[in-house]
Design a protein around this ligand. Sequence first.
Ligand SMILES: [Zn+2]
Length: 212
Amino acid sequence: MIKESLLVAEQASQREVVPAGDYYMKVVKAGQVFRILDLEGNQAADTLFYNADDPSERYSAMDTIREQGNVYLSAGSKLLSNEGNLMLEIVADTCGRHDTLGGACASESNTVRYALEKKCMHACRDSWLLAVAENEQFGMSKRDITHNINFFMNVPVTADGGLSFADGISGAGKYVEMKAAMDVIVLISNCPQLNNPCNAYNPTPVEVLIWD
Ligand SMILES: [Zn+2]
């Protein structure tokens, strides 16, 4: 569902451009609104959320999908934790829908999806592992990397129940915006993927904005 935001970028308290292949790992406080802006279009922001007070509580695709009765995420979606608590709500969305079924790219999936010699190419899972290693203050490790949201990714479920990676429906300047219901650690891998026609083999930066 398309829903525009009333928030003005110039009034954001934090703004940070995340280059393709880089990560973003910061706490968004309860009540703050944060936006991921697809600066050039058809980028994928592979995102995980954790309770900042106890990272063993984290975003759950299963609980979120079951409770909303919809496999896609958009404005109005309530992002639930593995304990059934509301973590964030999508309050604005100019892209229309986001995937939470397809998972993130990894060196293993690169070999299955593309070619064996793609194994050593940079993937989202590598960025997440680097993020948790470089941010010891959160006390997280490899075991905390779980299923994610692919903001701006178009992964339609086919009539026979399969998944297909389709051409992106995002574009330059489209965004998704969420209001935090608890203090959350936001961990984004801005996808470095060079093998997927969805992004025209050209990963691009996103911008993260936060309003108090
Ligand atoms: Zn990726």
